[in-house]
Design a protein around this ligand. Sequence first.
Ligand code: SAH
Ligand code: SF4
Ligand code: F3S
Length: 452
Amino acid sequence: MKPTDTPQGAPRTYRVKSFGCQMNVYDGERMGELLEAKGITPAADGEDADLVVLNTCHIREKATEKVYSDVGRLVKAGRAAGKKSMIAVAGCVAQAEGEEIMKRSPGVGMVVGPQAYHRLGDMVDRAARGERSTDTDMPENNAKFGALPARRRVSPSAFLTVQEGCDKFCTYCVVPYTRGAEISRPYAELVEEAKRLVEAGAREITLLGQNVNAWRGEDDKGRSTGLDGLIKTLAAIPDLARIRYTTSHPNDMTDGLIAAHGEVDKLMPYLHLPVQSGSDRVLKAMNRSHTAESYLKLLDRFRAVRPDIALSGDFIVGFPGETEAEFEDTLRIVDAVRYAAAFSFKYSPRPGTPAATMDGQIPVEVMDERLQRLQAALNRDQLAFNAASVGKTCDVLIERKGRKPGQWLGKSPWLQSVFFDSELAIGDMVRAELVCAGPSSLQGRLLETVTA
Ligand code: SAH
Ligand code: SF4
Ligand code: F3S
C-alpha cells in the first residue's frame, strides 16, 4: 500500500458540497442520508467537517476546474488548522477523471462516480484505515437506489430522480459519458419514494431525469406507461400539492404528457425544454435531431392545452462554426417563444466529445458578445413575464427565509420567486396576490394561508 496524505480514523461529521444540476443535488442529499445512517452527522455552519464530499459537475470547463481548486483549498486549510479533512470526490468529474484526480491530488481519499455512491460507506471505512479507493463502476441497471437508506429529511420542494443517463449524444455534451445510458427507475420504487418524501414533509416533488420525458415503466397492473402515467399516480397522493419535471428533450415528448398539462391540476404550468440554438444547421451539427420549427410547433401544443404555461430553455452560444447569421436565428427563436426564464452558456469544449475537435472554434470575445446580446433578450422577456403576472392571484409554496429579517420566500406555480414581508413558515402554502415585479422575483401580498 502506498503512503497516503489522507487522515485516518472514522469521521464524525460530514459536509456535502454539490456543484452541478438538480440531479447532482439529489445525489448529494442521498449521500448525506447514507452517511447519517452510518452515524456521521452534518457539520455545523462554519465548522470544519471531518469528511468533505465534493459532488462535482463536468458539464463546462469552469465547473470542472472547481474540483482541483477546492481540493487545494481544503488541504491548505487543514494544514493551517492542524486538522486534515477526509476528502471524497463524487459526481461527474469523478466519473470522467477519477484516476487523474487520484494521481494529482494525494489529499483525496475517495473517488466515487454517480452510479457507485451507494458504496460510499464502505469507502469511508477503508479511508479511515488509510486506504484510498476509487469506484466508478457503471452497472447496466441503477441498482444503487435499492441500496440506499429510505428518505428521511426533506425540504417542502423535493427532488426525485426517475430517469438517469442519456443516449442522445449531443456533440458538445459529456453527460452520456458521465451518467451512462438511459435507464428508468421502476414505477413501484418511485411511488414508494414519493410517498416517503411526502411523509417527510415534501409538498412539491420535481421529477428529475437527464431526459425525464423518456421515462417508461410498468404500472401496478403491468401496463406499460410513460411519464404522464407516473405523474397521474403521484397526483393521487393526498398531501402532495405540486408536481414538476425536468429536463425534457423535444424528441421524447409524447401526446400523453402534453395532454396531462391540461388534465392534472397538480402538474404545474411550467416546462423546461432546452432548444440550444435557433439555427437548423447548428442544431444538426449538435446532433439535436429537432429543428427550430418542430420545436416551436411542439410548444404550440403545450400552449393549446395550458395557455398560461411558462416556458424555459437552455442555450449555447458559439458552438463551433456558428456564424453571426446563425446566432441571430437564436435571437429570433427567443423572440418567437418569449421565455419566462432561461439558462444560457458559452460553448465549452469538453474532452472526448465530437464538437471539441470540430473546425471553426469561436474566439471567446465573440462568444462573450453573443452571450451578452442573448442574455439581454432573455432578461427582457423574463421581466416582461414577471410584469405580466402582477395582479394575478396564485398559490405560493414557502421554501425558505429571505435575506432580510422577517422576509419569506416561496415559488409561484410558474416557478417565480415570490417575497413576503409577513410572518410565515417553511412549508406553508399561501394564497397571494403578486404585486410588484423585478427581473428575477416578485413581491407577494398575503391573502390567506391555504395549508400550514
Ligand atoms: N439533459 C438536458 C440538460 C443537459 S446539461 C438537455 O438535454 O437539455 C444542461 C445544459 O448545459 C444543456 O442544456 C446545455 O445548454 C448546456 N451544456 C451542455 N454541454 C455544454 C457545453 N459543452 N458547453 C456549454 N454548455 C453546455
Ligand atoms: Fe447532453 Fe444532449 Fe443528453 Fe441533454 S440530451 S444530456 S444536452 S447529450
Ligand atoms: Fe453536471 Fe453531471 Fe449534472 S456533468 S450537469 S452534474 S449530469
